[in-house]
Structures are given as structure tokens and as C-alpha cells.
Design a protein around this ligand. Structure first.
Ligand SMILES: NC(=O)c1ccc[n+]([C@@H]2O[C@H](COP(=O)([O-])OP(=O)(O)OC[C@H]3O[C@@H](n4cnc5c(N)ncnc54)[C@H](OP(=O)(O)O)[C@@H]3O)[C@@H](O)[C@H]2O)c1
Length: 247
């Protein structure tokens, strides 16, 4: 039985239709939080929201929100605040990748990664910050170990995650003194659909036990989200134990 340590908290999770975001929504709901699950695939989100409400005594809201579109982000956040009466936790999770030799990266691939991983995190942070300031809530960013080390196979993706780290830690400096808890979570390779747009997905590439399970990351996010004022966890890495053996 999971402890209901997020009971009554109102959370938004971006990129919640799949992988780490989906497991985080499940973890938050099990711990008693009301959850707004957001991404582009509304049908998947509706099914997820229904399952979460059936399995836990919480409210769940499916919100179609392309994070690259500031109008959709504004509309989505406003609908969540109307429904929940405010926001206590925001997980900036939606993200995509691209890879390969730099000579073969198309402008379109480059722009897609930057618009989801960089613009998206900016739009969601700007739009939700007034509500987090009201509630003295928690803002969590899903970065990556790729945001801490050079990644010869994924330079654009890695650079976008270095941006996430710089942004998250700077926002912590700005909003921390107003009582907002900011956390950067850096997962290592995780078995999700990640990568399927440019190579085999991580679930196809790695067997269970060869990479993190998204639930491991979700539990880490929940651990950071439940911290009470005046404490926050500023940055956490969650990795396989041998992750530093081959860097
Ligand atoms: N898997 C890993 O190895 C790993 C390691 C470190 C960090 N991360 C990070 O973890 C985060 C989640 O990735 P994941 O591994 O869970 O991948 P995933 O299973 O592919 O999930 C990605 C999520 O992002 C959403 N998304 C993509 N474009 C979007 C857009 N324009 N607007 C809104 N949502 C969008 C997708 O939903 P829709 O398609 O429904 O929009 C999906 O829910 C990303 O930030 C990723 O960089 C992953």
C-alpha cells in the first residue's frame, strides 16, 4: 500500500501519455494527488484519466496540449486551474530526441527537438509559475544524464538537456525565494518509447534490467515532489548502478 503523501495536491504532468510521464501520473494518483495529464494524444489521455480515477480516489483530467504551441499551453493551464482551483505541482516532462552524425541531422529534426525540449519547457514554466507562486508549489524538470555529459551520438538532444539544466537551476534561483520548490531530475537510459522517431525505441533496444524502468524515475519524481517547505531537492540523478562505467 503506497502512502498517500501527495493527498490533495493538484498536479500537471506534461508528456503523460507515455513512458516516464505516464508512470509519474500513476504514481502521483496512487499517492493521492489530483492529476492533469497533458500531451497531444487526447484519446490516450482520456483513457488514462479514466483508469486513474477508477483505481484511486482522485480527480483526473485529460488535457490536449502541444507544448510547442503557447496558445494551447495557456488554454490548457487555464482549464486545469478552473477545474482544480489551482496548481501545486508541475512536472515539465514532455521531450523528444534526435541523433546521428551532425551532417545528417535535418533542420526539421533540429527544430522539433528544440521546440519541444526548450520552447515547451519555457511556455509551461511561464504559464504555470503564477499558480505555483500562489500555492508555494513545486516545479519539476525532467532533464537527463545527457544534460551533464557530452553525447557524441546525440549532440542536439544533449544540448537541449544542458539548456534544461541551466533553465531549471536559474528558475530555482528566481522562484526559490518566493517559496517555489524547483527540482531537476536527471534520469539515465529508461525503457520507454523514447527514440522511436529516429531509431529503435529504448524498450526495443534494452531488455528489462538493462535500463531503468520508468517507474523508478516516477518514484524519484514523487519523492522530490512531496518535499515540504522550506526544503527542496535541487537536483537528483537516477541511473543504473553501472552508468558511470562507460562514460
Ligand atoms: N527514456 C530515456 O532514456 C530518458 C532518459 C533521460 C531523460 N528522458 C526524458 O524523459 C522525458 C520523457 O521521455 P520518455 O522516455 O518517457 O519518452 P516517451 O515515452 O517517448 O514519452 C514522450 C512523451 O512526450 C510527449 N510529447 C512529445 N511531443 C510533445 C509535444 N509537442 N507536446 C506535448 N507532449 C509531447 C508524448 O506524448 P504525445 O505523443 O501524446 O504528445 C509522450 O507522452 C523526456 O523529457 C526525455 O528527454 C528520457
Amino acid at each position: 500500500m503506497v502512502e498517500k503523501d501527495l493527498r490533495g495536491r493538484r498536479a500537471l504532468i506534461t508528456g503523460a501519455s507515455s513512458g516516464i510521464g505516464r508512470k509519474t501520473a500513476e504514481e502521483f494518483a496512487a499517492r493521492g494527488a489530483d492529476v492533469a495529464v497533458a500531451s497531444r494524444r487526447e484519446d490516450v489521455l482520456k483513457e488514462l484519466a479514466e483508469t486513474l480515477e477508477n483505481e484511486a480516489d482522485i480527480e483526473a483530467l485529460a488535457v490536449e496540449m502541444d507544448v510547442t504551441d503557447e496558445t494551447q499551453v495557456a488554454r490548457g493551464v487555464s482549464s486545469i486551474v478552473d477545474a482544480f482551483g489551482g496548481l501545486d505541482i508541475v512536472v515539465n516532462n514532455a521531450g523528444i530526441g534526435c541523433g546521428g552524425p551532425i551532417t545528417q541531422v535535418s533542420t526539421e529534426e533540429y527544430r522539433s527537438v528544440m521546440s519541444v525540449n526548450v520552447d515547451g519547457m519555457f511556455f509551461v514554466t511561464r504559464e504555470t509559475m503564477p499558480h505555483l507562486l500562489d500555492s508555494e508549489g513545486a516545479l519539476l524538470f525532467v532533464g537527463s544524464t545527457s544534460g551533464r555529459y557530452p553525447r557524441p551520438d546525440y549532440p542536439i538532444y544533449a544540448a537541449s538537456k544542458w539548456w534544461t539544466r541551466g533553465f531549471a537551476l536559474s528558475i530555482a534561483g528566481q522562484a526559490g525565494e518566493d517559496g517555489v520548490a524547483v527540482t531537476l531530475i536527471n534520469p539515465g537510459t529508461t525503457r520507454t518509447d523514447f527514440g522511436s522517431s529516429f531509431r529503435a525505441s529504448n524498450t526495443e533496444k534494452y531488455d528489462a534490467g538493462e535500463a531503468l524502468d520508468p517507474k523508478d524515475v516516477a518514484e524519484t519524481i514523487a519523492f522530490a515532489a512531496k518535499q515540504e517547505a522550506p526544503t527542496t531537492i535541487s537536483e537528483l540523478a537516477v541511473t543504473m548502478r553501472d552508468s558511470l562505467s562507460n562514460t
